[in-house]
Unconditional design. Structure first.
Length: 134
């Protein structure tokens, strides 16, 4: 039992330093998407019962890192929401606004014996302000 708990803690630390390294290694937004002047993520969550995480919003500008992987807000979950495909889609979309739902594929490591799937749903609205085509 003690071994399992210790390993869970290490996994969580590894996860956060990995996330930090990935973000630092990502190219700048203006390098990857030169047309984007502002990118806004509105994130809300469903399916968490009484402990459903509060909504979040994130705004990225051209000097920010083009890193669109958001960790599941549950601190004991090892899941991530990958929004890279959504960013590509919002640039392509003429309205520069898309909505979608993603389900967390992580598991809740605090209950390491059963490791229940998280399945928290992320409802996102992504809007981009793009420079007009030249
Ligand atoms: Zn999760």
């Amino acid at each position: 039992m003690r071994l399992g708990r210790a390993r869970g803690t290490a996994t969580r630390q590894t996860r956060y330093s990995q996330l930090h390294r990935d973000r630092e290694a990502a190219p700048k937004l203006r390098t990857m998407f030169p047309v984007i002047e502002q990118l806004r993520f509105e994130l809300s969550f469903e399916g968490g019962g009484a402990a459903t995480p509060v909504p979040q919003s994130h705004v990225l500008h051209p000097p920010a890192r083009a890193y669109f992987s958001f960790p599941c807000p549950y601190s004991d979950c090892d899941g991530r929401f990958e929004l890279t495909a959504a960013v590509h889609a919002v640039v392509e979309d003429p309205s520069h606004r898309i909505e979608g739902v993603l389900e967390c594929a992580g598991s809740r490591v605090s209950d390491f014996r059963s490791k229940p799937l998280c399945q928290l749903r992320l409802c996102f609205t992504l809007t981009a302000v793009c420079s007009p085509p030249h």
